[in-house]
Design a protein around this ligand. Structure first.
Ligand SMILES: [Zn+2]
Length: 468
């Protein structure tokens, strides 16, 4: 209290003296004349600047010495820590200044300055968790991985900074593709901070990379428990992992998991197909059909229609048409249903009906499947081989149509998978219209799902030979 009052008093006194001197300044040409009582001083412009700077330093020094004397006064009055506190405070102040300068340099990309400042801050502050981290980041930025690793290892030595050190080393391992060590480090980091979002995310991705669906599921559940994932996303991803687990495990236990996956996420098409096949095997055709229909309601995909057709492999084409009626009604007019109707009519040998069902799809939506159906219709109605081959040639160069496409990298795959084959992203495959051209392999294997081969594959291969 007394110290603060004294400071204010001295500050006011100095300001008064400065203002008094300023009033004595008389400008003559480029020189500065100071008249003080009997004394008359004349200064050149450069000397004026030097004098001004000198005065500022003097004032700053004065405060420094003043603070020191205050500390000394307290010390003499029995406060034994007053002096050490005075020096520590100064040290800390300079340390934090060096740290701040280091962080600014790091942000500006001046790695050399950042490293120097970090070393200075380390000397002044006793905070290795902060200064080592700054040193490590500066070393990382300058590309000196070994130096960064040295600082990360120093961080490992203290309980408080262990986590940061592990994360730094783990990041380096991930960058060099050493997933095995990265996974071990992620597990250690998870033990220290079980709720850390970043660690859980890395743990999840690395377990996926190993196809260890069960362990990935553990990480996913922890993410959800933490509140890192919305409920619907968690349910879907959990079902996908259940499905992946059951695909790996074709036992009774695996079947149970597959059914669970379908129950929690009925719109997941591959899961619906698997669960339906399990019920069919058990003789529960009704449930098998209902599962497929539920999935079809959300997303009409040819594989669902094929699975539904296969529930009754011996039925007549007419019975099949009538069994599919409710399915057609659900998505009437869509390209998928137009092709389905056309394929059903083809199977029944009703070519005019097939042509009517397909409509102008071969023009408006000329995908591989639509054009191959068109070739089949032409063959069925007795068109010449040249006409049939003309449609097939078009089909070979046509767009793929709907397929599983990765939301992240746009990679197209015929089969669904929990992880994208190209970019390794999880749950990114979606069924959608794709603009990519098909390959020969795709055009012959995709078609036709309901009615079987029709002998068109052979013609298509012949056509490919002619084209090439
Ligand atoms: Zn991808």
């Amino acid at each position: 209290m007394i110290k603060a009052a004294l400071k204010v008093f001295i500050f006011v006194a100095i300001i008064t003296i400065i203002s008094f001197i300023a009033t004595l300044f008389l400008k003559t040409n480029n020189e500065l004349q100071i008249v003080l009582a009997e004394l008359e001083i004349t200064l050149s412009p450069s000397a004026t600047v030097v004098t001004a700077l000198f005065s500022i330093i003097l004032i700053w020094l004065f405060f420094k010495i003043f603070n020191f004397f205050i500390a000394a006064y307290h010390f003499l009055n029995g406060d034994e820590t007053a002096l050490s506190r005075y020096f520590d405070r100064n040290r800390e102040k300079r340390g934090f200044q060096a740290l701040t300068d280091g962080l600014v340099a790091l942000a500006l990309g001046e790695t050399k300055t950042a490293e120097v400042k970090a070393a200075r801050a380390k000397k002044l502050l006793k905070k290795p968790e902060v200064t080592n981290l700054l040193s490590a980041q500066a070393a990382e930025q300058s590309g000196d991985k070994d130096k960064a690793l040295k600082f990360y290892k120093e961080l490992l030595s203290q309980e408080r900074t262990k986590f940061v050190g592990i994360h730094g080393i783990m990041k380096q391992k991930l960058e060099t593709g050493d997933d095995h060590t990265a996974l071990e480090l992620a597990k250690r980091a998870h033990l220290i901070k079980p709720k850390d979002q970043n660690t859980l995310n890395i743990l999840f991705k690395l377990q996926l990379k190993n196809n260890n669906w069960a362990k990935a599921q553990e990480a996913l559940k922890a993410q959800y428990k933490n509140g890192d994932l919305p409920k619907d996303v968690f349910i879907r991803r959990n079902a996908i992992l259940d499905l992946a687990k059951s695909q790996q495990n074709p036992t009774k236990e695996g079947e149970k998991i597959a059914i669970l996956a379908n129950k929690s996420c009925p719109e997941l098409v591959p899961s619906a197909i698997l669960a339906s096949a399990i019920y069919l095997k058990k003789g529960n055709k009704k449930l098998a059909a209902s599962i497929l229909r539920k999935a079809w309601t959300k997303s009409p995909q040819p594989e669902l229609a094929a699975a539904f057709a296969n529930l009754e492999p011996q039925e007549s084409p007419e019975n099949r048409v009538s069994r599919f009626k409710p399915w057609i009604k659900l998505h009437k007019g869509t390209p998928e249903v137009k092709m389905l109707e056309a394929e059903l009519a083809l199977a029944a040998g009703n070519y005019p009906e097939a042509r009517k069902a397909l409509g102008d799809l071969s023009e408006s939506h000329p995908t591989v499947r639509a054009l191959t159906i068109m070739a089949a219709i032409e063959r069925g109605t007795g068109a010449t081989e040249a006409v049939v081959r003309g449609w097939l040639a078009k089909a070979l160069g046509a767009k793929y149509g709907t397929a599983w496409c990765c939301k992240k990298c746009n990679n197209i795959s015929r089969n669904w998978a929990p992880v994208c084959a190209q970019c390794n992203a999880f749950d990114t495959l979606e069924w959608k219209e794709t603009q990519l051209p098909s390959t020969m392999d795709e055009s012959t294997q995709l078609l036709p799902l309901i009615i079987g081969d029709l002998g068109l594959t052979e013609s298509a291969h012949k056509e490919e030979k002619n084209v090439s």
